[in-house]
Design a protein around this ligand. Structure first.
Ligand code: 13P
Ligand code: SF4
Length: 351
């Protein structure tokens, strides 16, 4: 089959690609600048019986207000077991969608509907479905960083925490298609020895680390330990001392107290929890190709404390999806949760 290529395009958050109209009124609503946003958010949380779930890539002020802070798997697990009436998701669209897939009767709010993801946005369901026709009989494994419509085309969903373990659980003679992150897929191949057909998607944040500058940095800081997320390119991962999901990187830092200097090749938001739990350690950002010194996800940054307050005050914008897609997407998400049960338990704020 002809290899598929996806061009690099500049960041242009557009909810058109997410299949939902942008809630422009979010941008136009105003807040009294004297308002104590933190205490208002806490008050609204109680009034609404809401839970706030925040990814590690959110700003520190949002993480500090959240009931659960975690990586994609931990947040999906938290969404699956919450008894709150409202889920306020501080993360990106596909994460909030996953919460909705698991909780059709709850109100799921996302502070900014335009908080997309380069992986999900560059894997449209119609193109993906056509592409899959070239691989009949394959088990379709999809990274959670995908739309509900793409999840609906999958057999099993994985995250960076459980992808290796889940692939290892599959019979060795089952051919696998893996989407949409080629770097995570490639890393899973090296860990499991399984060849998989890869969709050529990438994360614009993790793909920007520069392997040559990183090698120079390692020479300048010989004591530093390099920890990297598997969404990074192979040339970066090949240099790493430890590779893991956002939560696995945090746990590595917490457990390796003999190390006091870390080079971190992932999104800068995680440094908040790393710094909080290791006051004695120094964290250096892995150098990107160009621009500022840290890798910041522009989609995650669309959520702010102000928008978090507004979304709770006005109970909008909310995540919606058609029931047929939701039911089809639910099965592979549930399969993931089932196949992750025996993984080492994860500790997170809120447990
Ligand atoms: P994890 O939360 O699985 O580490 O994934 C990182 C990421 O890029 C989320 O969008
Ligand atoms: Fe998507 Fe990358 Fe941002 Fe995560 S960091 S939400 S994978 S663009």
């Amino acid at each position: 089959m002809k290899p598929l290529t996806l061009a690099h395009t500049p960041f242009n958050p557009s909810s058109e690609s997410l299949g939902q109209p942008s809630d422009l009124s979010t941008r136009l609503r105003t807040i009294d600048p004297a308002l104590d946003l933190e205490s208002e958010i806490v008050r609204l949380k109680g009034e609404m019986n809401a839970t706030i779930l925040a990814h590690y890539y959110q700003d520190a002020d949002i993480q500090d207000l959240a009931d659960h802070v975690g990586d994609s798997l931990a947040l999906a697990q938290a969404a699956a077991k919450t008894d709150a009436d409202v889920i306020v998701f501080c993360g990106v669209h596909f994460m909030a969608e996953t919460a909705k897939i698991l909780n059709p009767d709850k109100l799921v709010l996302l502070p900014d509907l335009d908080a997309g993801c380069s992986l999900a946005d560059r894997c449209p369901a119609d193109l993906y479905s056509e592409w899959l026709k070239g691989y009949p009989g394959h088990t379709v494994i999809n990274y959670i960083n995908s739309s509900a419509a793409v999840k609906a085309l999958s057999d099993i969903i994985v995250t960076s925490s459980n992808a290796v373990d889940i692939v290892r659980q599959l019979p060795s003679d089952v051919p696998i298609v893996f989407g949409p992150d080629r770097h995570l897929g490639n890393w899973v191949q090296t860990q499991t020895g399984r060849e998989m057909v890869l969709w050529p998607g990438f994360c614009i944040v993790h793909e920007q680390f520069n392997a040559r500058k990183l090698a120079q940095m390692r020479t300048a800081y010989p004591q530093a330990v390099l920890i990297a997320h598997p969404e990074c390119e192979e040339s970066v991962l090949n240099q790493a001392d430890f590779i893991g999901s956002t939560l696995a990187l945090l746990k590595y830092v917490q457990e390796h107290t003999e190390q006091t200097q870390f080079i971190v090749a992932t999104e800068v938001g995680i440094l908040h929890q790393m710094q909080k739990s290791r006051l004695d350690a120094e964290f250096l950002c892995s150098p990107p190709n160009s621009g500022c010194n840290c890798a910041s996800c522009p989609y995650m940054r669309l959520n702010t404390l102000e928008k978090l307050y507004l979304t709770m005050r006005d109970r909008t914008p909310e995540i919606t999806m058609d029931e047929e897609t939701r039911i089809k997407a639910l099965r592979p998400v549930q399969r993931m949760l089932e196949m992750s049960k025996n993984l080492a338990p994860v500790q997170q704020k809120g447990d």
